[in-house]
Design a protein around this ligand. Structure first.
Ligand SMILES: Cc1cc2nc3c(=O)[nH]c(=O)nc-3n(C[C@H](O)[C@H](O)[C@H](O)COP(=O)(O)OP(=O)(O)OC[C@H]3O[C@@H](n4cnc5c(N)ncnc54)[C@H](O)[C@@H]3O)c2cc1C
Length: 259
């Protein structure tokens, strides 16, 4: 959305386009996480600065060609207002669900098809199954008037993968899994010419560390990071020392309770 807004400004046609952000979050900057640092203030001010309207606590009822129908509810989930939003271009992010192949397998997945795992990323019933990433079941942080899922972010997932790799090795060596991912979140949200960076350790509150910052540097850092990340993946490197040591200085580590 912010990148689209920047693009419209660069083309000098922003004045011709009305933009609205429609979200199930109870407030801007909630992010499914109850916010990180001052993301509520930062993201709200960013939307105001960019003349983007917003509707929170929103359920999308239906979408027709050129028209989106939205119901806004109050804090008790009771209908507050109906909105009809005409559009020429829109982007809809539906609620995530697991894959059909796993749906309905008892004790492996939850009703939405997300894989149930313990703190070692292993399923408690099918102990030969580990799961990482977006497809695992994480309960929502708190009940919100319109359901909001807990996001799963890149670094958090890398920490799950690292723990899983160590745990499988331990099992192959005849032991039991002992490694746990830190589930830290370190994110750069690019807005096209500026952006917001945030660090949440761990991602799910209560947290030991939370920090958020806004600035043009985030946009440039995201471009640099993308180039670095693609190079790293092409070379088959997971966590080179020049990445691990600086992050360690800030206390950001993939494994919980390990030095
Ligand atoms: C719009 C958006 C912005 C984001 N921004 C950030 C960000 O700034 N920072 C951050 O840290 N995270 C961000 N995330 C989250 C991050 O991208 C994801 O958490 C991460 O990519 C998930 O990794 P994954 O390996 O679990 O799943 P994916 O990257 O989705 O990989 C799953 C793979 O499985 C394949 N697949 C699916 N079904 C099947 C099947 N039946 N059989 C075989 N293969 C299948 C898919 O094609 C895909 O390649 C963002 C996510 C979105 C959607």
């Amino acid at each position: 959305m912010f990148i689209a807004e920047t693009d419209l400004r660069k083309r000098k046609i922003r004045d011709k386009v009305k933009m609205t952000y429609v979200t199930s979050e109870p407030y801007i900057g909630h992010l499914g996480l109850g916010g990180v640092g001052d993301t509520k203030g930062m993201l709200e001010s960013e939307l105001r600065n960019k003349h983007i309207d917003w509707i929170c606590n929103a359920k999308v009822d239906k979408i027709e060609d050129g028209m989106m129908y939205v119901t806004e509810v109050d804090e008790n989930g009771v209908e507050k207002k109906k909105h009809e939003l005409p559009f020429k271009h829109s982007m809809m992010l539906p609620a995530f669900k697991g894959i059909d192949a796993l749906l309905g397998i008892e004790n492996l997945v939850n009703p939405r098809g997300f894989v149930l795992v313990d703190e070692h990323q292993r399923n408690q019933t099918y102990k030969n199954i580990y799961s990482v990433g977006v497809c695992i079941a994480i309960p929502p942080l708190s009940q919100t008037p319109v359901p909001t899922g807990t996001p799963k972010t890149g670094y958090m997932i890398e920490s799950m993968v690292t723990a899983t790799a160590h745990n499988i090795r331990e099992e192959l060596d005849g032991g039991q899994p002992t490694h746990k991912g830190s589930w830290n979140a370190l994110c750069l949200a690019d807005f096209g010419d500026t952006g917001i960076a945030f660090l949440a350790m761990p991602q799910i509150p209560p947290r030991n560390v939370q920090w958020a910052s806004r600035g043009k540097w985030v946009h440039w850092a995201k471009i640099a990071y993308e180039k670095y990340f693609i190079r790293k993946v092409r070379k088959g490197l997971s966590e080179p020392i020049y990445e691990r040591l600086p992050l360690k200085m800030f206390g950001v580590m993939r494994l919980k309770g390990k030095k």
